[in-house]
Design a protein around this ligand. Structure first.
Ligand SMILES: [Zn+2]
Length: 261
């Protein structure tokens, strides 16, 4: 009988110790002090540097600061580096979207975590640092992620972005995970709004209204900014309409870094 009690005490002690270990693993190493407020955060993925730069004026006109999640930073031309520096000087965030745009789930399954970090994360950070940018947030290529990769990558970045999409029969104001509640979460999800995403301005307005009412930040993202909207792209006209909607609902524009720092 007494042995049973001892075992129970031992088990309880171990359980408590392991939950503390988990707590310390996920305890943020930074302070986030952004008060809850209605906001939106728009980001652009991949490497459409000259197209992003071409529409600088549009961002300025609406005082929108975006986050550009850059991939293959070692392949930039000197002109593209200059454009990124100008975008950063405008207040935009230049962040990481990996070194070779690998699918993290596939790669880790085949080669393991250490190989993934060595191929996709460390070289991306180094290549960006060599041209003057220190990325502090990261968007997963293809939105492919797992709890294990989140745990590893939060050692390198303050905030990680997965993705989300429009679900038939559901308003985007019902997609909880694209709303950030200023709770210091280190993983957020962006809603893809490229022309081929099926997300309309009406859809977006429902989401913007929720952000305004609940003092949340809605996270949206696209890729290219171009008149040719056949691929993953948003036309400048649509982008301007999105900015006008944000203005109408008095949503502050935050970069990813600004959401938490
Ligand atoms: Zn991508």
């Amino acid at each position: 009988m007494r042995t049973h009690i001892l075992w129970a005490i031992l088990a309880l002690t171990l359980a408590t110790a392991s939950s503390w270990t988990v707590y310390f693993l996920f305890e943020p190493t930074y302070t986030y002090n952004r008060p809850a407020q209605p906001a939106f955060s728009i980001s652009f993925d991949d490497k459409y540097v000259s197209e992003w730069h071409k529409h600088r004026g549009l961002f300025k006109k609406y005082q929108v600061r975006a986050t550009f999640f850059l991939t293959m930073p070692h392949q930039l031309t000197p002109a593209e580096i200059q454009m990124l520096q100008e975008l950063a000087a405008d207040g935009h965030e230049i962040a990481s979207h990996g070194f070779l745009h690998e699918n993290s789930s596939k790669f880790i399954k085949e080669h393991g975590m250490a190989a993934y970090v060595a191929r996709e994360i460390t070289p991306a950070i180094q290549a960006m640092q060599s041209i003057g940018f220190t990325p502090s947030t990261f968007a997963y290529p293809y939105g492919a992620r797992s709890l294990t990769s989140d745990r590893e990558l939060t050692k390198y970045f303050h905030l990680l972005r997965g993705d989300s999409w429009k679900v038939a029969g559901k308003g985007i104001d019902e997609v909880d995970r694209i709303f950030y509640q200023y709770d210091g979460s280190r993983l957020v999800h962006g809603l893809g709004i490229d022309s081929n995403s099926g997300v309309t301005l009406q859809d977006l307005e429902a989401g913007f209204k929720r952000a305004a009412q609940n003092k949340e930040a809605i996270l949206i993202y696209a890729h290219n900014i171009s008149e040719d909207t056949t691929g993953y792209s948003l036309s400048p006209q649509t982008l301007e309409a999105v900015f006008q909607l944000a203005q109408k609902h008095k949503l502050t524009s935050f970069t990813f870094r600004e959401l938490i720092l």
